[in-house]
Design a protein around this ligand. Structure first.
Ligand code: SF4
Ligand code: SF4
Length: 433
């Protein structure tokens, strides 16, 4: 059993802040910034400053492993190449495009009249040409998983969205249930899998209501609900729940591919209309926001535009006395500026007022972090080993098995960011320094 202790824990979701708001489209920001970085790969820019570009035109290429094109998300003029904030917490070079508000579309974006006859190879090629990557936060090139020779019997859609605060996946599914089913049916064809499973949290019974009327057209797709625990959206947990098997490194070892629901919905547009990955859903929420909201925006949109669009900060707050979490509160990254840019992996930004000073800055030795760790680690021992730069101890303590779920920090009564120490210990081990 993977989630052995307490079988995961129930978290205060805070999803009600934004959950009731349907996806709001904000498709014409004045500027977008296409990062020249994807995962750890630097992208090669193929447009020059001064050039005009259309929506869907190739502006950069990822080379080497996971090679694929990256596309303009609005039409307009390339006005600069400059460093902007990335959800990794770094400044990263990006292509700045100023919107001409003409919404000129690249001629490659046309409906495909031959969808029913597309072969597996053609479906995988479309993934590659569209620059589709995992929108659940991993950013892994989708075609790499589907182009593998490993036999696949099941594709699992992760609609669990188990991070607190975030609701954009929920809003996306409520708006596009049929697109999700079609997208999944194309993913099944692209992998030769015989079964599709859509996983979601039990309390989201609305998913069942919106999907059921369409399900009869998709006899090889079933729904599967999971308990309201964290980290129920963890890939390994989902595979075990659905297939009763587990794996060491990748779900493909047991004949499974897992994809996020936003990836499947985007893939529907890729297959049917040749629309590349140029937009995504994102939740802008948190105690610092006047009106938390779910948006659908071009990749490259400034988060500060979305904060304004959602009504701004609560009274008394502004960008000087707030901080931000890029992603969910459990696995996201703290950032001090709102100049963050939406990229393929950014599904949410949580806006928080600066916190009061902490009461108990020291470890109390309570052991709660050990008790909740779903992979049996001892975070405090790893922290000690990290502080002493003791690689042998870090290895012995299996720090590399940490799935960065954030639970140890979450339960710590002293508010120690103990996850950070484990992550840094992993990094130390990786570098062997
Ligand atoms: S972040 Fe890592 S060490 Fe902490 S509870 Fe999760 S898996 Fe365990
Ligand atoms: S939960 Fe926090 S206070 Fe308790 S042992 Fe772990 S680090 Fe120390």
């Amino acid at each position: 059993m993977i989630l052995h202790k307490a079988k995961g824990i129930h978290l205060e979701g805070k999803k009600s802040m934004s959950k009731k708001f349907p996806i709001q489209e904000y498709m014409n920001p004045q500027f977008v910034y296409i990062h020249l970085l994807q995962q750890a790969s630097t992208l090669k820019r193929v447009v020059e400053v001064g050039e005009t570009v259309k929506i869907g035109q190739i502006v950069a290429r990822r080379e080497g492993f996971g090679e694929m094109p990256i596309h303009a998300s609005i039409s307009g003029k390339v006005t600069a190449v400059k460093k902007v904030w990335h959800s990794s917490g770094r400044m990263v070079e990006a292509i700045e495009i100023e919107n001409d508000n003409l919404n000129q579309v690249d001629p490659s974006i046309v409906p495909d009249k031959n969808v029913a006859n597309l072969s597996r190879e053609e479906l995988v090629a479309k993934m590659k040409e569209s620059g589709l990557s995992g929108l659940g936060g991993a950013g892994f090139p989708t075609y790499v998983k589907y182009g593998s020779k490993t036999p696949i019997h099941t594709v699992i859609i992760n609609a669990v969205e188990c991070e607190p605060y975030l609701t954009c996946d929920y809003a996306l599914l409520i708006k596009y249930p049929e697109k999700l089913l079609k997208g999944l049916s194309y993913l099944l064809r692209a992998s030769n899998a015989s079964k599709g499973v859509i996983t979601y949290k039990k309390y989201n019974q609305e998913f069942k209501e919106v999907l059921t009327p369409f399900l009869k057209e998709f006899p090889n797709i079933v729904l599967f609900d999971v308990d309201d625990i964290y980290p129920a959206g963890w890939e390994k947990y989902l595979v075990e729940q659905v297939t009763k098997t587990t794996y060491k490194r990748l779900p493909g070892e047991v004949g499974v591919i897992v994809d996020n629901l936003a990836t499947a919905i985007t893939y529907c547009d890729v297959v049917e209309n040749n629309i590349p990955l140029i937009a995504r859903a994102i939740t802008i929420t948190g105690e610092g926001m006047k009106q938390p909201q779910n948006f659908f925006v071009p990749i490259g949109t400034k988060v500060s535009d979305l904060v304004k669009q959602a009504g701004g900060y609560v009274d008394g707050l502004d960008s000087s006395n707030t901080w931000y979490i890029a992603g969910g509160p459990m696995t996201g990254r703290a950032i001090l500026v709102d100049d963050l840019i939406v990229n393929d992996t950014l599904g949410g930004v949580i806006v928080k007022p600066f916190p009061e000073p902490k009461e108990h800055p020291n470890c109390l030795g309570c052991g709660k972090c050990n008790d909740v760790c779903p992979v049996y680690l001892s975070p405090t021992e790893i922290e000690n080993a990290f502080n002493q730069k003791d690689l042998v101890a870090i290895k012995k303590l299996n720090a590399e098995k940490c799935i960065v779920c954030g639970l140890c920090s979450y339960v710590c009564p002293s508010h120690i960011e103990i996850t950070d120490y484990v992550v840094r210990a992993k990094e130390l081990l990786r570098k062997g320094a």
